[in-house]
Design a protein around this ligand. Structure first.
Ligand code: COA
Length: 417
């Protein structure tokens, strides 16, 4: 397309955008798109219109339905933010109590699945187990293939959000009745109970765990949300799309990074060994797990909250106690602190900062949760976002995802027979 043809086309596409800076940004983006036509990793290519969350990557701001994530984490409960993300606004007291009751009432699994999960091979990674178990929920919800009814979709979403911790708890304990006989005051308390029952008796830990869940609930068009939307666009049911999203989240470049961060810290072995380990990784073009982000060009606000509100309380404010009672854990923390500053020295010019996975793993380790389970915690928070995107998509967008490829294979040829 020549520049003469391009200019009026661009102007007509952008006529509704008033902000001049935004207009220039989109002009640049669309002209590159038309000119190059190929964006590896779909970087900066807008694929949906969504009103759920927003990232300002330059200023390090993440909002859910307009509210900064730090405010939501500090002042709201899991249930409030879940309601906000699913339905668009914070709940009234009665709506909040109703959602809390529903989440706790719907947490039990169908009996057959609850009996089956403990029989899964213990070598199955918890994320793959979670994905498989979610898919199996379909067998006791036959109406789920019908996706056109918003009310039914919302009900199914709440029921599925409620069940994720139970799936993980059943696999972890190998006991289908692990949660019976105990009352829970909130979803966060129950979710923490599924990983560590003793910790769930300490309100301060429950609050921090709840904050960590809220920080993870949604994050615009990330890889797993995009995957969920792609499956949703084919009008597949909720279990198929959430199972797919869990598979995407398990990858080390996405949610799986939190598990790798702690394993890397353990391998490094101490703050004095950080420089050598990082230099070695960079020399071999290996990425440092928990560092970098496609959108943030400054410190990830979720990582900042983790560091200042959660990690600080667990580690920095209890230094003497931890050094004496849990030297291994303290050593992990000291290694992470050194890693953060060394990565800044080495990669600061590339605008690479710790992301949420850098600090979250350390918190989960302090809660005595095994690294293989870290990403399941991410999943049982992010499922709220996946469901919200599905609800939004089913309401607004009927088009199946079917992007274009640039074919680089053989020209037409024939079998020589
Ligand atoms: N360690 C070292 N270098 C990194 C890096 C990391 N974690 N992340 C990015 N870079 C470098 C790349 O090598 C590249 O350098 P170059 O321009 O000299 O080639 C540059 O930064 C851009 O990286 P790229 O991989 O193209 O960015 P992306 O937007 O495609 O990827 C991530 C974003 C998150 C996938 C990437 O930063 C990453 O793999 N991080 C580690 C995994 C992780 O923590 N994931 C969780 C994300 S919340």
């Amino acid at each position: 397309m020549t520049e003469k043809q391009l200019t009026p086309k661009l102007q007509s596409l952008l006529v509704h955008i008033e902000d001049e800076e935004k207009k220039r940004h989109y002009e640049r983006l669309i002209s590159t798109l038309l000119e190059k036509g190929y964006f590896p990793g779909l970087a900066e290519v807008p694929v949906v219109k969504s009103a759920i969350s927003h990232i300002d990557g330059e200023r390090g701001i993440l909002t859910f339905r307009g509210y900064p994530v730090e405010e939501l984490a500090e002042y709201c409960s899991f249930e409030e933010v879940c309601y906000l993300i699913l339905r668009g606004d914070l709940p009234l007291e009665e709506e909040l109590q109703q959602l809390r009751r529903q989440l706790l009432a719907k947490k039990d699994l169908p009996a057959e699945l609850a009996r089956l999960i403990p029989k899964f091979s213990p070598t199955l990674h918890p994320m793959n187990m979670l994905s498989a178990a979610v898919l199996m929920l379909e067998s006791s919800d036959k109406g789920s293939a019908e996706v056109g009814d918003h009310k039914a979709n919302l009900k199914r979403s709440v029921s599925l959000i409620a069940k994720l911790p139970t799936i993980v708890g059943t696999y972890l304990t190998k006991d289908p009745e692990f949660h019976q006989g105990r009352e829970f005051a909130s979803f966060a308390e129950y979710a923490l109970f599924c990983f560590n029952p003793a910790a769930a008796r300490e309100p301060e830990l429950v609050k921090m765990f709840e904050e960590s869940l809220i920080l993870h609930m949604d994050h615009t068009m990330n890889n797993s949300t995009f995957s969920a939307r792609a499956v949703g666009s084919a009008q597949a049911g909720i279990y198929a799309l959430i199972s797919t999203a869990i598979n995407s989240l398990s990858g080390p470049l996405h949610g799986g990074a939190n598990e790798r961060v702690v394993k890397t810290l353990e391998q490094i072995g101490g703050p004095e060994k950080v420089a050598e380990a990082v230099d070695n990784s960079l020399e071999h073009h290996q990425k440092i797990m928990g560092v970098g982000h496609r959108i943030y060009k400054t410190y990830d606000p979720r990582a900042k909250f983790f560091k200042n509100h959660i990690i600080a309380k667990i580690f920095a404010e209890q230094e003497n106690k931890l050094r004496a009672q849990r030297p291994d854990l303290w050593n992990l923390y000291a290694t992470a602190v050194r890693l953060e500053s060394y990565v800044q020295e080495k990669l600061g010019t590339k605008k690479l900062y710790p992301n949420v996975d850098f600090w979250s793993g350390l918190f989960y380790r302090a809660l005595d949760i095994a690294p293989e389970y870290f990403t399941t915690i991410f999943a049982l928070a992010r499922v709220v976002g996946w469901c919200a995107h599905w609800l939004e998509q089913m309401e607004n967008d009927g088009k199946i995802y079917r992007p274009h490829q640039l074919y680089v294979g053989f020209d037409l040829r024939h079998v020589a027979r």
